[in-house]
Design a protein. Structure first.
Length: 364
């Protein structure tokens, strides 16, 4: 499509705003500030070793660890700084929370405060950055509680404890062969590609929709010994292919970058599983509810897919802590619903299984 016939991100947001004649414009301005942070991160990622940003943060003194207990990469810290610095001055936010920070980030004294909250994973998949695999940023916009807006007080952790269905917007940036911004403001999902000549995100993928059927799934098979029975059953059936109960062959994928996994599913369908397991009883899941599961879940649902814990819809989960972890399954609707059914059905006892049951690559 000729450039003159493409909408910029700004033009797209203006069009969306026209659905709400009384809107102030703060919401659009906030999203543009987030997009600017994503552009800055994209540039840093693109320079890689040339920019001196690869490797662990403070590696010369033993490295640093974030609140999640994960070793921070230089780009983790830089990306977090970009998000905070480029969003704290505009007057649109009451506060922010990040996967990389233990406590909420307050708006500095003297800066105007707004009516929204921003939560983000500044660089998802950063363990892959040194091997040049696609990484990304994930963000979610919430409405600040009215009491916070009226009083202007600093935000508390509890102010962020809103279920995913309450999100005003969610999105992610993908730093790959091209830089893309995928966004939902509650009216479907749109994809924008960064034009490096103009420095503008251009609308290239309007009204993204996830196919309801798929023959592709993504899961970290190295954790198979820790899976719950419904997950093992689902994967076994996929691996059985045409000769199994599903009657069709499946492909398995695993990138270890959730943004890249989500983008593939958004483009061509599939299902992603990072389920609850028994590897660590203190953690009911690996992924963060506020920074990862809720925004990705919102995008999936807005694109006609489904997001779930396996037991309940993801967007209905009530958060109870800032860095809460959770199991996540998302993607093509029919597959996610099948996995939910398997969790809801009674677990079969060994005495109920056939004598010559099919065996799995992942079962002793």
């Amino acid at each position: 499509m000729p450039l003159s016939k493409r909408f910029t991100l700004t033009q797209y947001l203006i069009g969306e705003r026209r659905r709400f004649p009384d809107a102030s414009g703060d919401f659009n301005a906030l999203i543009l500030d987030v997009a600017l942070a994503c552009k800055a991160i994209a540039r840093a990622v693109a320079f890689g070793e040339l920019g001196g940003v690869l490797g662990n943060h403070d590696a010369d003194v033993g490295g640093s660890v974030n609140v999640q207990g994960e070793t921070q990469k230089k780009l983790d810290v830089l990306s977090n700084e970009y998000f905070v610095r480029l969003n704290q001055w505009g007057g649109h936010l009451a506060g922010m929370a990040s996967e990389e920070m233990e406590d909420p980030s307050q708006i500095p004294a003297g800066n105007p405060r707004g009516k929204y909250l921003l939560v983000f994973d500044p660089l998802d998949g950063s363990s892959n950055i040194d091997v040049n695999v696609s990484v990304g940023s994930i963000f979610s916009i919430l409405r600040a509680p009215q009491e916070v807006v009226d009083s202007g007080r600093d935000v508390l952790e509890a102010d962020f404890f809103q279920p995913g269905a309450s999100q005003a917007a969610a999105g992610y940036a993908l730093y790959g062969p091209t830089t893309m911004l995928v966004l939902s403001v509650g009216n479907g999902v749109a994809g924008f590609t960064l034009d490096p000549n103009l420095g503008e995100f251009m609308l290239t993928h309007p009204n993204l929709q996830i196919p309801v059927e798929t023959q592709e799934f993504a899961i970290n098979a190295s954790n198979s010994r820790f899976w719950e029975a419904p997950v093992t059953r689902y994967v076994d059936e996929c691996l059985a292919g045409k000769t199994g109960p599903r009657g069709k062959d499946f492909n398995m994928r695993w990138i270890a970058s959730m943004v890249a996994e989500a983008h593939r599913i958004l483009m061509r369908g599939g299902v992603f599983l990072y389920p609850r397991d028994n590897k660590d009883a203190s953690k009911p899941g690996r992924l963060r509810l506020l920074y990862e599961a809720n925004p990705i879940g919102f995008i999936m649902e807005q694109a006609g897919g489904r997001a779930s814990t396996g037991r309940q819809p993801m967007l209905g989960v009530q958060p109870t802590s800032l860095h809460q972890r959770i199991g996540l399954v998302f993607g093509s609707k029919n597959e996610v619903e099948r996995i939910e059914r398997y969790h809801a059905e009674p677990v079969r006892m060994d005495s109920e299984t056939p004598l010559f049951a099919e065996r799995s690559l992942f079962r002793d």
